[in-house]
Each structure stands twice: as structure tokens, then as C-alpha cells.
Design a protein around this ligand. Structure first.
Ligand code: GA4
Length: 366
């Protein structure tokens, strides 16, 4: 059952509602495919993630961000993992937020750091030790009930995998689990991000005073950008926020739609890699979307009187996975749009560009 959220009128006076997909509904797989095609974005309800797991994670995040700056900085700077404040990525992007970025698979980091961490300035990776230190900084062992972060990450990973399997069903793929297997792979390069957008207050002594950073939004009024416009490079993003608004998605022709905060539900975002759809070279019969789905451009505004917390899981394949459209998605009417490349290659390109750049254009077939 698709339940549109309150409609927002576009310039063309067409009602636009963000699709809500009930994971108990019988036609959920078709609805997920439709939502991915039309919006690249939807909300899931009846998702099965226990509320206690979500609340415990939120509490841990609140505790972490309410610590003194010097303490939080011990888990930084974000290169890209760790605690970051205002700086996003390596190319000068910034936003009105602080965050904690973690790899969900520390073992895979330790393996990788052996091979590619020789140039940390370019594409830095934290070592396993650093990751453990970081996680402990976030959740000190003696205070943590029982791995709040791990429980949360496992639960949202399962949700992402369920959605990808339903997508596989809706696309009539021969192998419905081809995408979810990439996220479940022990080498999966998935991330978890905790964002904290501090309350918007004016004042000389407020380190977050943004008076010089106002930007005009597409809606015509002035807003402060918490996290600038971008698409996520990964396959699928699962986002949950507290009850404070700020997220906006770009639905069509540059129209930005505010997304209502729904602390009990999750929002799902199609990433760049799903726009093409990845698979390991060894698998030959899976489907690819070859541009059938579009990754959704989104941003977060940070002008609420209350702090906004968002917890975001980015489901990604292992670094050596190949990303290229499969024959099923290619036809004379729909020629192959992208050249094949690995997730590693794509991620490096993403990190060498600015946040709002359209990195997929670099990989279009000529
Ligand atoms: C966007 C999605 C994830 O938050 C992220 C971001 C990453 C970062 O914050 O370090 C990037 C951004 C994101 C895309 C382009 C590059 C890399 C900042 C940036 C300018 C963790 C990711 O994987 O890509």
C-alpha cells in the first residue's frame, strides 16, 4: 500500500507525495521498484527494526555529542572516518554540523589499510586500532549496555538487504539476492554516519552562529545548509532521524521537497551505485538498472530551534566489486550508459570531487 505523505504543490501544480511503503503489504516489491524509478526515495513502515535498538543508539549519540569538544576531538579528525566538525570530505565542503563517521566493517579496514594507506592525504583510511579507539570513544565499554552501535548497524543492514531482495523480486531478477549479498559480504565497504545539527541560535558566543553563511534555497526563503546537496555514492542508504525536520530531497527539475521527520520509520535513498547496479565479476546473470533508477539528490537544512540527529547507514559493495549494467538491462532502445568500473575506482573519484558534483558522469560510456 502506498500512502503519500502530505502533498507539496510543485510549480506545475502537480501534487507530489513521498511514497510510503508498508513492508507488510502484498505488493511491496512492485511498489519499491516504482518508488525507486519515480523518486529514488521512499519511507518504509512496518520495517521490523526494534524500537529499543533505535532508541538506544540515539541515546548513545546524544551522549557523545553532548561531550566537551576536546573529548570529541580525540576521535577526530575525520579522514574520512572519525569525528568531524563542519568539514565534509577533503575538498573544502563544509556544513553546519558535527558528525561521527564509522566503517561498519573494521576487519575490512585493517586489510585495506595494509594496501592503500600509503597516501593518507589522498584517500585516508583508519587502522583497525583507530577504529576500535573511535568506537570506544563513541561508546565507552564500561558504559555501553551491549553494543548499541553493532545492534543498530546489524538491524539496518538486514533492513537494507530485505529491501534489496524485494527490489530483485520486483525487477524479476534471476538471482534476487545479488545486491544484498554485496552488503552482507565480510568485505563490504558500508559506512555508518551519526550527524548532529546543533540548534539554530544567534549570539556572539555561539560557535554555531551562522550569520555569515546564509544561502538562498530553491523555495525562495533563506535557510542555513547543514549538509549540502549531493547524492550518496553507495548502493542504498537507510536514514533515520529524531523528531526534528531538515532533510530535503530534490524530486524533479530542481524542486526541493521537505521531508517530515518520522522517528519511528526509516527513509531509503537510492545511491549512485544502484543507478548502475553493481555486481561481482564472477556473477553473470544478475540484473542491473542501467539508469532505470536514479540516485536521489538530497540535503539537510539546519535552522531548527532543536538539535537534529540523524543516523545513516550507507550500504556498499566490497572495494573490488565491479559495477556495470548487465545484459538484462541493456537493449537497442536502452544502450549501456556506463563503462564498467570497480567500487574502489568510483569511490576514489567521489572523494576527489566536491560534494555536489555529479560523479557518475565521469563513468558514462562514450
Ligand atoms: C556522501 C555520503 C556519505 O555521507 C559519505 C560522504 C563523504 C564524506 O563525508 O566524507 C563525501 C560524500 C559522501 C560524497 C563526495 C565526497 C565524499 C564527502 C565528499 C565531498 C561518507 C560518502 O561515502 O560520500
Amino acid at each position: 500500500m502506498v500512502v503519500p505523505t502530505p502533498a507539496v504543490r510543485t510549480k506545475k501544480t502537480r501534487a507530489v507525495g513521498i511514497p510510503t511503503i508498508d513492508l507488510f503489504s502484498l505488493n511491496r516489491s512492485e511498489l519499491i521498484v516504482k518508488a525507486c524509478e519515480e523518486y529514488g526515495f521512499f519511507k518504509v513502515i512496518n520495517h521490523g527494526v526494534p524500537r529499543e535498538i533505535v532508541m538506544r543508539m540515539e541515546e548513545e549519540g546524544q551522549k557523545f555529542f553532548s561531550r566537551p569538544t576536546v573529548e570529541k576531538q580525540k576521535a577526530g579528525p575525520a579522514t574520512p572516518f572519525g569525528y568531524g566538525c563542519k568539514n565534509i570530505g577533503f575538498n573544502g565542503d563544509s556544513g553546519e554540523l558535527e558528525y561521527l563517521l564509522l566503517h561498519t566493517n573494521p576487519l575490512s579496514i585493517s586489510e585495506r589499510s595494509k594496501s592503500i594507506s600509503t597516501d593518507p592525504a589522498k584517500f585516508s583510511e583508519v587502522s583497525l586500532e583507530c577504529h576500535v579507539a573511535l568506537t570506544n570513544a563513541f561508546f565507552p565499554i564500561n558504559k555501553m549496555p551491549s553494543g548499541a552501535a553493532n545492534d543498530y548497524i546489524e538491524a539496518v543492514k538486514d533492513l537494507a538487504c530485505e529491501i534489496l531482495d524485494l527490489l530483485g523480486e520486483g525487477l524479476w531478477l534471476e538471482d534476487k539476492t545479488v545486491l544484498s549479498r554485496l552488503l552482507r559480504d565480510v568485505q563490504s565497504d558500508s559506512f555508518f554516519r551519526f550527524n548532529h545539527y546543533p540548534p539554530f541560535k544567534y549570539g556572539k558566543n555561539n560557535p554555531w552562529d551562522p550569520h555569515h553563511k546564509f544561502q538562498s534555497s530553491a523555495l525562495g526563503d533563506t535557510k542555513m545548509v547543514g549538509f549540502g546537496e549531493h547524492s550518496d555514492p553507495q548502493i542504498l542508504t537507510i536514514l533515520r532521524s529524531n523528531d526534528v525536520g531538515g532533510l530535503q530531497v530534490c524530486i524533479n527539475d530542481g524542486l526541493w521537497i521537505p521531508v517530515a521527520p518520522e522517528p519511528s520509520d526509516f527513509y531509503v535513498l537510492v545511491g549512485d551505485a544502484l543507478q548502475i547496479s553493481p555486481l561481482k565479476q564472477a556473477c553473470v546473470k544478475q540484473a542491473f538498472t542501467n539508469g532505470r533508477f536514479s540516485s536521489v539528490r538530497h540535503r539537510a537544512m539546519a535552522n531548527s530551534a532543536k538539535p537534529r540527529l540523524s543516523m545513516v547507514y550507507f550500504g556498499a559493495p566490497p572495494l573490488d566489486s565491479w559495477i556495470s549494467p548487465l545484459p538484462d538491462m541493456i537493449s537497442p532502445l536502452r544502450p549501456c550508459l556506463y563503462r564498467p568500473f570497480t567500487w574502489d575506482e568510483f569511490k576514489k573519484a567521489a572523494y576527489s570531487l566536491r560534494l555536489s558534483d555529479c560523479r557518475l558522469d565521469l563513468f558514462r560510456s562514450s
